[in-house]
Design a protein around this ligand. Structure first.
Ligand code: NAP
Length: 272
């Protein structure tokens, strides 16, 4: 019996791999056997990650680049294909919130910056990688969306919209590329401890308040996202495409606000 979780011989490209979720996903794909091209702006962090990957007995390609620069998405895809002799897995993970504030406090520039990075760069990587994956007749694209792209979120309207656009693109590409053997799915993490969410912890009490609305009663770790990413990358998920896999400790699974989850330990209550 073959191991459908095995990625030996596969070539992956992970954007935003210098830290946080992207770094953990690159290590997860490596542990499953893939050779991985890692890209971000911080060359030193990428070099350190490449050493870790090499120590695990596989190979890494470091691509230091700003993914929002014109021509970069095309270049990183071409360099990955030249290095790996093909491309099997693309993880569009590079992203940021940028400024945060109520809709009327955010500027057009705030919107442009966040949407350019989270959505337009993802679309550009898909545009560059699509023909390669289709020509091979196989491939898995994983777009790092967010629960923010499923619901409205106060203070980060631009970010939420960019993630909603990623989800929409995911579903559309899945339908367009399915007959070519190319799968396109999204991950939608909830609150995960990384540099991106660090600013939320400096507001006194806010981190705990946010955790309070998570039934699992904790922030997620980057490793919580690794397994779902490897699953979507490998053949174990070969009939899954166009889906959004939510990784949020139950945050989006219930209605009723934080209050009701407090009642769970109380047990059965008779209500009239
Ligand atoms: P993070 O720790 O801040 O990592 C962001 C990554 O994106 C870094 O590797 C960063 O590398 C890269 N990046 C940012 N701007 C870039 C640019 N212009 N060009 C190339 N790379 C760039 O954040 P994270 O929490 O791991 O987030 C990773 C993804 O998960 C994002 O798409 C985020 O929206 C999504 N997400 C996160 C959470 C959460 O709670 N943390 C929840 C839902 C979704 P450099 O700075 O070195 O370029």
């Amino acid at each position: 019996m073959t191991n459908s979780f095995d990625l030996t011989g596969r070539v992956a490209l992970v954007t935003g791999a210098s830290r946080g979720i992207g770094r953990a996903v690159a290590l997860g794909l490596t542990a499953a056997g893939a050779r991985t091209a890692i890209t971000a702006r911080s060359g030193r962090d990428l070099a350190a990650l490449a050493r870790e990957i090499t120590a695990l007995g596989t190979q890494a390609l470091v691509l230091e680049a700003d993914i929002t620069s014109p021509g970069t998405p095309e270049r990183i895809v071409a360099e990955t294909v030249a290095w790996g002799g093909g491309l099997d897995i693309v993880v569009n993970n590079a992203g940021a919130i940028g400024a945060a504030g109520p809709f009327l406090a955010l500027t057009q520039e705030d919107w442009q910056e966040t949407v350019d990075l989270n959505f337009h760069a993802t679309a550009a990587v898909c545009r560059a990688a699509g023909p390669v994956l289709s020509a091979q007749g196989k491939g898995s694209v994983i777009n790092m969306a967010s629960v923010a792209g499923i619901n409205g979120v106060p203070m980060i309207s631009h970010y939420a919209v960019s993630k909603a656009a990623m989800i929409s693109l995911t579903r559309t590409l899945a339908t367009e590329w399915a007959t070519d053997g190319v799968r396109v799915n999204a991950l939608a993490p909830g609150w995960i401890t990384t540099d991106l969410t660090e600013p939320f912890t400096v507001v006194e009490g806010l981190a705990d308040t946010l955790t309070h609305s998570v039934p699992a009663r904790r922030w997620g770790t980057v490793e919580d996202v690794t397994g779902p990413a490897v699953f979507l990358a490998c053949d174990a998920s070969q009939f899954i495409t166009g889906q959004v896999l939510v990784v949020d400790g139950g945050l989006s699974a219930y209605e009723g606000g934080p209050g009701l989850v407090d009642l769970v330990p109380v047990g059965r209550i008779s209500l009239r």
